[in-house]
Design a protein around this ligand. Structure first.
Ligand SMILES: [Zn+2]
Length: 322
């Protein structure tokens, strides 16, 4: 695995799934309403449909399905204009939220109307079989649409808000208030805690299968990333850590997270885990994990999906320690 010597951290993050959309965001164009509107009606422009945090992909080998304003204008005309995501070469990409439409079970009826054989998928269940740029593009579109859907009213005065700047700002329509809101991203720390040749993994109540992962949690106001790492590990596992080191970041807009990956050293092996959060939390030997990851899939022990930064933190540690 190579990384550019001049930008090792950037290169490490670029390797994470959902990190690349292949777009130039062209943020300088967002206030140019004439240009944005012209792009929207350009024949080759692509509109990413999002339905309740799901994105439209072809069945089987997953590929993103795009709509065009020419073909699907009746879908767009009564709603707020699509959000401008950026440019890939000359092609403009937009996102549009279809959540107001009844979609049938998991959006199947709506998906069928929009494109034969397509389905609305939860991106977290995507495998790395989808093109990396398409995965990143869909995640970006989904995150933007979720933000719009959840900020339709002003948090200060309760009046309706409206989309501005090609979808990158929502302004309160109450003139005496005028609050402006911008797309939000919630920082979350995710960390692999190690002690010599062992690493700490926990199993959450949320997963029926024995799925073990790194610990994680949201950063709180007034807290550094390092403090957030130490607090979350102590809250969840009762383990004190030191030497917190940044690894890489991963956009995880499901609905609004940015995952910030770290390694940390445990001060001791004693675990007192939070039984409300976790079913189990324990130390795993490096050698045992290497054998497990090399072997066939095993329903008695699951590790995080290949698209997750949790898996990258673990895999990079296994390789570095080997
Ligand atoms: Zn307001």
């Amino acid at each position: 695995m190579s990384s550019a010597p001049h930008a090792p951290r950037l290169a490490r993050s670029e390797l994470n799934f959902f990190a690349e959309s292949g777009l130039d965001r062209a943020s300088e164009k967002r206030k140019d309403q004439g240009w944005i509107r012209a792009q929207l009606f350009e024949r080759g422009s692509c509109i990413v449909p999002v339905w309740r945090e799901r994105c439209l992909v072809t069945a089987g080998e997953p590929r993103a399905v795009f709509l065009s304003s020419a073909e699907h204008w009746s879908v767009f005309e009564t709603r707020e204009p699509p959000t401008f995501l950026g440019l890939a070469g000359e092609t403009a990409y937009f996102a549009f939220d279809l959540s107001h439409l009844e979609g049938g079970s998991e959006g199947a009826d709506l998906a069928g109307q929009l494109a034969h054989g397509a389905a609305f998928l939860d991106l977290r269940t995507l495998s790395t079989r989808i093109d990396r740029n398409q995965g990143g593009l869909l995640a970006y579109a989904s995150g933007m649409m979720t933000w719009h859907r959840r900020h339709r009213f002003c948090g200060a005065c309760g009046a309706p808000t409206e989309s501005r700047d090609a979808g990158f700002m929502r302004a309160c329509t109450n003139e005496t208030c005028g609050l402006q809101q911008f797309p939000r991203t919630d920082p979350a720390v995710i960390m692999l805690v190690t002690h010599g040749d062992r690493c700490l993994l926990g199993r959450s109540h949320r997963f029926p299968l024995p799925f073990y992962s790194t610990l994680a949690g949201f950063v709180e106001p007034g807290e550094t990333l390092e403090h957030a790492v130490a607090r979350e590990v102590f809250e969840e596992a009762g383990v004190r850590v030191q030497n917190v080191r940044y690894h890489s970041s991963q956009p995880w807009p499901f609905p609004t997270s940015l995952m910030l990956g770290f390694y940390a050293d445990a001060e001791s092996l004693e675990i007192i885990f939070d039984r409300e959060e976790l079913v189990d939390c324990r130390w795993f030997e490096r050698r045992w994990l290497i054998e497990k990851t090399a072997g066939p899939p095993d329903d008695s022990f699951r590790l995080p999906r290949a698209i997750s930064i949790a898996r990258r933190l673990l895999d990079d540690w296994l390789v570095a320690a080997a």
